[in-house]
Design a protein. Structure first.
Length: 94
């Protein structure tokens, strides 16, 4: 039984280093991203230059127009180049 506890503990650090790429930043994708981010995953989202979202108030796609958006305490920031992402992966969703 103690080996099981050790096994569970060893899984946690690897999970926290995981990077999740979500294609799209509409309301459903934003909800998934919010949940994963709050669980400790690093999240990157992609979106069209002109998003097709209807409910912008609950979508990280709003960052395309506003350059950044905060939804329920989670901040997303727009980046146009992949090189800008690495420094931003600490406490926001690029």
């Amino acid at each position: 039984m103690s080996s099981r506890k050790k096994e569970r503990k060893s899984l946690k650090p690897a999970h926290l280093k995981s990077l999740v790429l979500i294609r799209g930043a509409g309301e459903l994708a934003s909800g998934v991203a919010h949940c994963l981010f709050n669980c400790g995953f690093k999240v990157v989202m992609t979106e069209l230059p002109e998003p097709l979202v209807i409910r912008r108030a609950v979508s990280f796609a709003s960052a395309i127009y506003d350059r950044e958006v905060t939804i329920e305490g989670v901040k997303a920031v727009y980046h146009s180049l992949i090189n800008e992402l690495k420094p931003s992966l600490t406490n926001i969703i690029p």
